[in-house]
Design a protein around this ligand. Structure first.
Ligand code: KG4
Ligand code: ZN
Length: 340
């Protein structure tokens, strides 16, 4: 079986091929030009996807040693994401499926992330708790099987990655914020400032806007970011990172106490964060659980996870018609397998 995966939900264009269970291509083209705007410009993103998607497809086929005719299944991200960006990949995939008469599966981007741990040699074991932390979403999911996902909690305001991006901006560091905060924090004292660690009681929900505001107030009280020396900025970055990651770990631990699971998986762009990786690994060790955190290539947006998810859905009897519409938001009730 040969599956082609296509991902264009935000600022990465990605094409992947899984050939008889083996990932033979996962090409990712990142739109670095958004950096100068301090965030993703949707219209520019759509145009860039449009330019690069066909060359990426050709290259993915070439390095996989297959032709389009060999492909059995095409999976593409249908949402959540930027509507114009989603439309490029989804329409491209539907066009291929129609002209070549191939099977088609529309993939939920978050479900792609949830199963991205399965791209690693040592895979999660069902049931597992999955912490999804990306630029647009923060979710805690109880994953019973490929088709039974139970949403335990979500952020009530900012996503974890969004908080990294916003605080990075406040500190005059670059975009995307996560890697900048992580690097700046390396030379900082994480105990210098006691930022609030959010804990919404006995729920699995997160909140990060209070933390972001308290970083803003702190900087304002110092007379603005221009008044801060390099060490002070590093200390703020480290103290912020600690508070945010601790809040994630509190909920992960709550889920471990409540649900009997075999593994933990931490996925999404923020799963690239070394502090989070260390804290989650320590937690897993103390609860004697297996932990799977995808390698960098599979933490950020990539089509390998989309191809993999399309294949698992297809093998479970799911396929879609070619009039499947993109959905920009997760709340559009477009999850295929979620129960609440
Ligand atoms: O999953 P992703 O690539 O795109 C979305 O679906 O949103 O996640 C992007 C997010 C950005 O907010 C970025 O700042 C964050 O992941 N990120 C990190 C790190 N690397 C990327 N956050 C914390 N630490 C990192 N090392
Ligand atoms: Zn993502």
């Amino acid at each position: 079986m040969i599956t082609l995966g296509i991902e264009t939900s935000c600022d990465e264009t990605s094409v992947a091929i899984i050939k008889n269970g083996e990932l033979t291509a996962n090409l990712i083209s990142s739109q670095d030009f958004h950096k100068k705007y301090g965030g993703v410009v949707p219209e520019l993103s759509s145009r860039a996807h449009l330019q690069i998607i066909n060359p990426l497809l050709k290259e993915a086929l070439r390095i996989s040693g297959v032709t389009l005719n060999d492909v059995n299944l095409i999976g593409a991200t249908a949402g959540p994401g930027l509507i114009g960006a989603l439309l490029v990949g989804l329409t491209f995939a539907k066009g291929l499926a129609m002209s070549l008469n191939k099977e088609f599966v529309a993939v939920n981007h978050i479900e792609g992330h949830i199963f991205s741990g399965f791209l690693m040699p040592d895979k999660p074991e069902f049931p597992f708790i999955c912490l999804v932390v990306s630029g647009g979403h923060s979710l805690l999911i109880y994953v019973k099987s490929y088709t039974e996902l139970i949403k335990l909690g979500t952020t009530i305001d900012d996503a974890a990655g969004e908080a990294f991006d916003k605080v990075s901006k406040l500190l005059g560091l670059g975009y995307p914020g996560g890697p900048h905060i992580q690097n700046t924090a390396l030379s900082g004292d994480e105990n210098r400032i006691k930022f609030p660690i959010s804990d919404l009681g006995n729920t699995f929900n997160f909140s990060f806007s209070g933390l972001k505001t308290s970083v803003l107030r702190y900087i304002q009280n110092q007379g603005g970011v221009e008044k801060l020396d390099e060490q002070h900025i590093s200390d703020i970055a480290a103290s912020f990172q600690k508070a945010l990651i601790k809040a994630l770990i509190i909920k992960l631990e709550l889920a471990l106490k409540e649900f009997k699971v075999n593994s933990i998986s931490v996925v999404g762009g923020v799963a690239a964060n070394n502090y989070l990786k260390q804290e989650a690994t320590n937690l897993a060790e103390s609860y004697k659980k297996k932990i799977v955190i995808p390698s960098l290539e599979f933490c950020g947006d990539n089509a390998a996870m989309i191809a993999y998810r399309a294949e698992t859905l297809y093998k479970n009897g799911v396929k879609h018609k070619l009039n499947f519409k993109p959905f920009p938001s997760l709340s559009d009730n477009s999850f295929l397998t979620f129960e609440q």
